[in-house]
Design a protein around this ligand. Structure first.
Ligand code: ATP
Ligand code: MG
Length: 445
């Protein structure tokens, strides 16, 4: 019994000969070519597949080069000294050349409910738990997600092999899921995110039948392992089209299962400054990625979760908590709720929280505090964050200007700025905090 609505007898693939497509070996990484030739010379089938072929046909630079073969992982390992087998859910060979890794996957069969015990596994609701049933070339093509991701470049004759009508979809500029969209999304709900990601990146639309079920199935993402969703979120945000991707994720109801607190906050405040704040940050990210500059996930996560943190802080303050402890508590609460959905590793979640908790310290501009904040390892990110807030009306533009000037001026200029501030500050302080305790010198006054 087949769960996939794919032909039981596969139609003959269309072979596009070398003369009729634009892919040349010069565009393929030399390491990938080495792997392809070594497999071929050992008598195995060897194809470049997936995003690499798709991107080359579209005249784009591929992010990586994946290879498909009929050699089993152990056979691949035997051919390469620099090879490791990885993955439980999806067993693969990694062939390493310096910092470049070429992924070599053995042809897989689709799940049809009659697979080898243990090698492939579906959950009760049809989700793929393990995907290690090896199959034929045709089966490998039909079990892939989108037609445009199912093209193969054959190293034997440099032709492109099209099993699923992919060339037509490339020409049309559309993402079409292979098989029955309902079944394929249920099998792996992450395909919904991939649909949006590729559509935004390639400027494609999602073909109607592949698009319709997304609205209804979006919440299936709540069941996906948070660690896997973290990887996906990075790909969604680092593709150079984060703003467009974000807007589409929201439109399909997919954003909610990644950042539920943010979605709730945005629904309250739509079009207001939280939206502008996120949009500006995503635009910056896209610009930096286009220019080849590094971006830090901690900053983006800090931006995406700031509105929930801000709202929760305000609630706690209204309940009588001091502003600084309230921010600490809100930061901790929002982070731990977020981790239930997207597993942000500590190396990003700790700086993210620091970016938030440093925010009130920009208002303290006297003597040692300034020097201490400037020297903080997270100063630059927290400063950028503060200025971005100020630019959209969440905070004081004058503060951003002051800290900007402070960094741009020399030592004597800094001294002058600090003195002006120290002279101005005590008067303001007394006016704002008429409480008795405020006058008593505290431990660090
Ligand atoms: P890019 O590397 O540019 O993000 P890609 O298409 O190469 O895009 P990968 O995640 O590298 O995407 O996956 C390689 C190929 O593996 C895909 O092109 C697709 O054929 C197949 N694939 C990946 N993820 C899935 C999935 N969840 N379901 C079915 N097939 C998949
Ligand atoms: Mg890839």
């Amino acid at each position: 019994m087949s769960t996939l609505n794919i032909p039981s007898a596969f139609p003959e693939p269309v072979i596009v000969p070398r003369a009729e497509h634009g892919i040349s070996r010069a565009q393929i990484s030399p390491s990938a070519l080495k792997v392809l030739y070594r497999l071929k010379d050992a008598g195995f089938a060897a194809y470049l597949v997936g995003g690499g072929v798709r991107d080359l046909l579209l005249g784009r630079e591929p992010k990586d080069f994946d290879i498909a073969t009929d050699a089993h992982p152990e056979e691949v390992r035997a051919l390469f000294r620099n090879c490791r087998l990885i993955g439980r859910r999806f067993r693969l060979a990694h062939v390493r050349f310096g910092s470049e890794i070429i992924e070599v996957a053995t042809f897989r069969a689709p799940h049809d409910g009659a697979e080898d015990e243990g090698a492939g596994e579906l959950s009760e609701d049809g989700r793929i738990l393990r995907d290690n049933v090896y199959g034929t070339f045709e089966q490998d093509a039909w079990r892939r997600d989108f037609t445009v991701n199912s093209l193969y470049y054959n190293i034997r004759d440099f032709s492109v092999v099209d099993h699923t009508g992919a060339m037509a979809d490339i020409a049309e500029g559309q993402m079409r899921l292979i098989g029955d969209p309902q079944v394929r999304y249920r099998e792996d709900p992450v395909r919904m995110l991939r649909a949006v990601r590729f559509a935004a990146k390639l400027g494609f639309r999602i073909e109607e039948a592949s698009e319709a079920p997304i609205f209804e199935l979006a919440d299936l993402l709540f069941d996906i392992a948070p660690a896997r969703l973290f990887d996906e979120v990075l790909k969604l945000l680092h593709g150079g089209v984060a703003l467009e991707t974000f807007e589409q994720l929201r439109r399909y109801g997919l954003f909610r299962s990644l950042f539920p607190l943010t979605e709730r906050a945005l629904e309250r405040e739509d079009q207001g400054f939280p939206m502008t704040f996120i949009a500006r940050a995503l635009e910056n990210t896209d610009r930096r990625i286009t220019e080849g500059k590094p971006v830090t996930p901690a900053f983006l996560f800090a931006v995406l979760l700031w509105e929930p943190v801000r709202l929760r802080t305000a609630e706690l303050v209204a309940e009588g908590m001091g502003e600084i402890p309230a921010l600490q508590v809100a930061a901790a609460e929002v982070t731990s709720e977020q981790l239930r959905h997207v597993a942000i590793p500590k190396r990003f979640s700790l700086p993210m929280r620091e970016i938030w908790t440093l925010q009130p310290r920009f208002a303290q501009r006297r003597g040692k505090r300034v020097a201490r904040l400037l020297a903080h390892p997270r100063f630059r990110a927290a400063y950028d964050f503060m200025c971005l807030r100020a630019a959209v009306g969440d905070g004081d533009p004058e503060l951003c200007a002051w800290w900007t000037q402070l960094q741009e001026t020399d030592a004597s200029g800094q001294e002058e700025l600090l003195q002006q501030q120290t002279a101005a500050e005590p008067a303001r302080k007394r006016r704002r905090r008429p409480r008795k305790r405020a006058r008593k010198p505290g431990p660090d006054a």
